[in-house]
Design a binder for this molecule. Structure first.
Ligand code: NAP
Ligand code: GDD
Length: 320
């Protein structure tokens, strides 16, 4: 019989790639969606006949109970969150509710109603924040630098705690930044590639950004959802860092993205204090050695391939 998976956050970047991947593996996929007055299924439009959507919200325990019960899943992937770091300063309580307490609510539903399910929590390299060592691994202490990162740190610890308290098969994937043509346009990578396409096609002239010196370990989302699935196939539950091991600055991203379209970024980029953060995470670089050894996981897309793939996709979307 086909395995059953429930994905929260299926309408997001990772949810859509994970649904693609699990359907390819022969899973029956259930996707949790929250009520909205407008259509949010754009990223999974191609899967609408193959996924069963269940309406629930991370704020509403009864709705989570129902979704967990109805899906009766073998594997539950908790990808839903308020995931944009700047919004976590303007909406800190809501971010704490969605991104922190939401994890606890979902774990409670699993503990009560489907304790044999394997549970994946989408944790984040943002938890390392003001980093204590480079590169960061599963044992590196956390120093979160935003309400988002603080909420994710709660989500991480409560997942480990439910594993230790109740014997749930619950794991935390500490994923470094991962991007794709389906990335939200407010994140810096997609903001840049979308602007490159607009500037190239004469639809825009400038791009306003914040800190160009920040360094991130950027990988490809399609590679990272494979790691999520592998984490739930192990004999024992454990936590894993997923990263490429390489770091690049926003400036380097600009160089490749604009260069790929035959443009010079210095002619178009304007630094705008509005996009600077109250506290910054300056440099992230992950050590995914444990995932390589125990999961056999490797990234397949290089930084250059990722950037050019995103620029090409945005050019194609705008008809270029
Ligand atoms: P995303 O594109 O922002 O997607 C977030 C998803 O969460 C959307 O489907 C959204 O639904 C849903 N959601 C938000 N609030 C909800 C609520 N109250 N109830 C139910 N659903 C809710 O994020 P992503 O990039 O795919 O990331 C997936 C997860 O991994 C997130 O938890 C993120 O924090 C974490 N993460 C991401 C990265 C990365 O680099 N991408 C790295 C580490 C960790 P709507 O469509 O209705 O808004
Ligand atoms: N968004 C944005 N917009 N970021 C900018 C800008 C801008 O105009 N200018 C510079 N940056 C810098 C930010 O200051 C940050 O240092 C870096 O670009 C990356 O920003 P984002 O793309 O917004 O991602 P993030 O690293 O803050 O968070 C993402 O990765 C985390 C994993 O480390 C999100 O996906 C989080 O949900 C995820 O947990």
């Amino acid at each position: 019989m086909a395995k059953r998976a429930l994905i929260t956050g299926i309408t997001g970047q990772d949810g859509s790639y994970l649904a693609d991947h699990l359907l390819e593996q022969g899973y029956e996929v259930f996707g949790m969606v929250r009520r909205s007055s407008t259509e949010t299924l754009g990223r999974v439009a191609h899967l609408q006949d193959r996924v069963e959507f269940l309406q629930a919200d991370l704020l509403d325990q009864a709705s989570l109970d129902r979704a967990v019960q109805d899906a009766a899943a073998d594997e539950i992937y908790n990808l839903a969150a308020q995931s944009f770091v700047p919004t976590s300063w303007s909406q800190p309580s809501l971010t704490g509710e969605f991104t922190g307490l939401g994890v606890l609510r979902l774990l409670e539903s699993v503990r009560k109603l489907d304790p044999r399910a394997r549970f994946y929590q989408a944790s984040s390299s943002e938890m390392f924040g003001k980093v204590r060592e480079v590169p960061q691994n599963e044992l590196t202490p956390f120093h979160p630098r935003s309400p988002y990162a603080v909420a994710k740190t709660f989500g991480h610890h409560i997942t480990v705690n439910y594993r230790e308290s109740y014997g749930l098969y619950a794991v935390s994937g500490i994923l470094f930044n991962h991007e794709s043509p389906r990335r939200g346009r407010e994140f810096v990578t997609r903001k840049i590639t979308d602007a490159v396409a607009r500037i190239k096609l004469g639809l825009a002239g400038e791009l306003r950004l914040g800190n160009l010196d920040a360094q991130r370990d950027w990988g490809y989302a399609g590679d990272y959802v494979r790691a999520m699935h592998l984490m739930l196939q192990q004999p024992e539950p454990g936590d894993f860092v997923i990263a490429t091991g390489r770091t690049h600055s926003v400036r380097e991203f600009l160089e490749i993205a604009f260069g790929h379209a035959g443009l010079k970024w210095e002619d178009h980029v304007v630094q705008d204090p509005r996009y600077m953060r109250p506290a910054e995470v300056d440099q992230l670089r992950g050590d995914a050695g444990k995932a390589r050894r125990e999961l056999g996981w490797e990234p397949t897309v290089s930084f250059e391939q990722l950037v050019t793939m995103m620029v090409d996709s945005d050019l194609a979307l705008l008809g270029g």
